[in-house]
Design a protein around this ligand. Structure first.
Ligand SMILES: [Zn+2]
Length: 196
């Protein structure tokens, strides 16, 4: 079953996937336009965003903040409503409250680490997808007769890359564990540390 999963992935998609994995191997962030899912299921890449953000982007900002019921009109309101589901002032209030409680830094750190985790998980998915993809074969028509197709296999290149992919997978998995540990250390009994 797992073998024919990739059948619907076109060569173009595989080339894109290859490019993405190369970027990952170079440690660059990847534009998530790569076909990761199968059977035409496209996974969105790009900025790492919460499910809330992607839902909110499709909806127009309401007139009133759902939390404080005040009118939302500024660009900042729009931005924070999309990210957090409330207006800019509500966000300032929340952050002030965290500062007073002494949990602001841990709270901010938590957000950073969670972003990092989703990036790592995306990278690992990319690498897995790549490692499990059959080697592509390209047919090029370059012969002078205008008909003969030349078969081009990327075997050597791809095999080396797949090995690199395995190495990268190990590195990212270590990083994943480290980040998860760091994130867990922010909490005591499920609550963020209170510095006060
Ligand atoms: Zn508000």
């Amino acid at each position: 079953m797992s073998d024919n999963k990739m059948e619907n992935v076109s060569i173009k998609e595989r080339a894109k996937q290859l490019k993405a994995v190369r970027s990952i191997l170079r440690g660059e962030e990847v534009q998530k336009t790569v076909m990761v899912g199968y059977e035409g299921k496209k996974q969105k890449q790009g900025d790492i965003e919460s499910p809330l953000t992607s839902i909110m982007q499709k909806i127009r900002m309401p007139w009133f903040c759902p939390e404080c019921k005040k009118v939302m009109k500024s660009k900042l309101d729009d931005k924070f409503w999309r990210m957090m589901g409330h207006c800019f002032n509500c966000q300032v209030d929340i952050e002030n409250k965290k500062r007073i409680e002494g949990t602001y830094e841990e709270w901010a750190q938590e957000k950073v680490l969670k972003n990092k985790l989703s990036f790592i998980k995306n990278a690992l998915e990319e690498i897995d997808g790549f490692i499990n993809t059959p080697l592509p074969v390209f047919w090029n028509q370059t012969a002078a007769d205008g008909q003969t197709m030349d078969k081009e296999e990327w075997t050597a290149d791809m095999t080396a890359l797949k090995e690199k992919g395995e190495d990268a997978k190990k590195l990212w998995t270590d990083e994943l564990k480290k980040t998860e540990k760091e994130l867990n250390s922010l909490f005591i009994d499920g609550e963020l540390h209170d510095k006060n």
